[in-house]
Design a protein around this ligand. Structure first.
Ligand SMILES: [Zn+2]
Length: 232
């Protein structure tokens, strides 16, 4: 087999190897990316904190109502408790009873608001917790799939590397060096097929003599525009 044919085979294999390595790098990044779980965990913690605050606010609102209720009870006992009081004292207690009831109504409204806020915070916290569980499950399932793909690709890459050794052995060292240099500087593609009288990679048209030479098994022909090794 000609040197060019060996290089064509090598190029096909190296392209597969490049793809496998690129995908392996992507998988590595994906497996190390815990941002989705972290974000969901932060939301869940925030919601839990808000729920705790809402629970405390509700507790305070309930206590305020209780305290106010006790004040009213004391006022009512004083009013109707039987101990003799002057008309002025009774009038003051009546006034106080009115004021205490009006403020109780304000406190009860606040308690209701606190109850609604608490229920809202509770629902938000439940939702955030559910979301976190879902994200964790989803990521775990994805990681199982990625792990399987990673193992398959590693096996494939090892197989390609082994085959590469065999393909490389009959290639002359200077050709191999030239091939390697072209791969490094030409986006991984050192060898280009002649199609419709042109270089299939860069699209340059070839002269009839060049196209003819590219068909020769004994000659190495380079594309005049992109410098890649041509084969037909
Ligand atoms: Zn070219």
């Amino acid at each position: 087999m000609s040197q060019v044919r060996h290089l064509v085979q090598l190029q096909l294999l190296d392209t597969q190897l490049d793809q496998a390595k690129k995908r392996l790098a992507e998988i590595e990044v994906a497996l190390n990316d815990h941002s989705a779980v972290r974000q969901a965990a932060v939301r869940s913690e925030k919601a839990a904190k808000a729920l705790l605050e809402a629970r405390l606010a509700l507790k305070r609102a309930e206590q305020n109502v209780e305290v106010q209720q006790e004040k009213i009870d004391r006022n009512q006992k004083a009013l109707y408790g039987g101990t003799k009081k002057s008309p002025k004292e009774l009038e003051d207690l009546q006034m106080e009873a009115g004021a205490l009831r009006r403020y109780l109504s304000v406190l009860e409204d606040r308690q209701l608001d606190a109850m609604l806020a608490f229920e809202e915070a509770e629902a938000a916290s439940t939702t955030a917790d559910q979301r976190l569980s879902e994200v964790k499950e989803k990521v775990a399932a994805e990681n199982v799939d990625l792990g399987a793909e990673q193992r398959a690709l590693l096996a494939q890459a090892a197989d390609l590397e082994a085959r590469r050794e065999k393909i490389v052995s009959p290639i002359a060292p200077d050709m191999l060096a030239k091939y390697g240099q072209l791969r490094r500087t030409r986006m991984g593609v050192a060898v280009s097929e002649v199609k419709d009288g042109g270089c299939s990679v860069c699209g340059a048209n070839l002269s009839a003599a060049q196209a003819q030479a590219a068909r020769s098994p004994s000659k190495i022909v380079y594309c005049e525009v992109c410098g890649r090794i041509l084969y037909a």
